[in-house]
Design a protein around this ligand. Sequence first.
Ligand SMILES: [Zn+2]
Length: 181
Amino acid sequence: MCRSGRLVLYVGPMFSGKSAHLIAEAHAAPCSVESVLVLKPAFDTRSGAEIASRNGTSLAARSVAAWPEDAGQYKAVVLDEVQFMVQPHYEGNIVAELLEARDQGTTVIVGGLDTDYRKQAFPIVEALAKHADDVRALTARCHVCGRAARWTAKMHDTGQLLETGDSELYQALCDAHWHLP
Ligand SMILES: [Zn+2]
């Protein structure tokens, strides 16, 4: 993963294994782990200073609300939950910052939800997908029928568009079973 200048984007609904893929990418890096900068949005406080997958793997991560000044020292950047890196939770333009890092030779591996619980695209993830060298779309299993699920659904309406939660609040659902809260 330390080949220079690539942007790889993992998208898919919640419960589709995005974090597990990011963690595996970081561990598979032929360069040392110290040369991989792992970031998560400060907005997402669910698992503290780490990226945690539902299969039990985890990776120490720096919680950020702005692009780190020392990012240029790293050969690779791994970043999860990019959809939360928007104002007022993030100062800066994460799309431009990630593309600049890629153009300077950094390997950039990003994970994020492509759509919200209303099936509406997250604009920054859509913009990243246009510029990514590789977009890997993952699916989850439908909570109702077990078939491939590409949508995140919210179980009850909280009035919040950006909201962290787990299976108490969200489910992955297929085309047939998806519904608004
Ligand atoms: Zn289903």
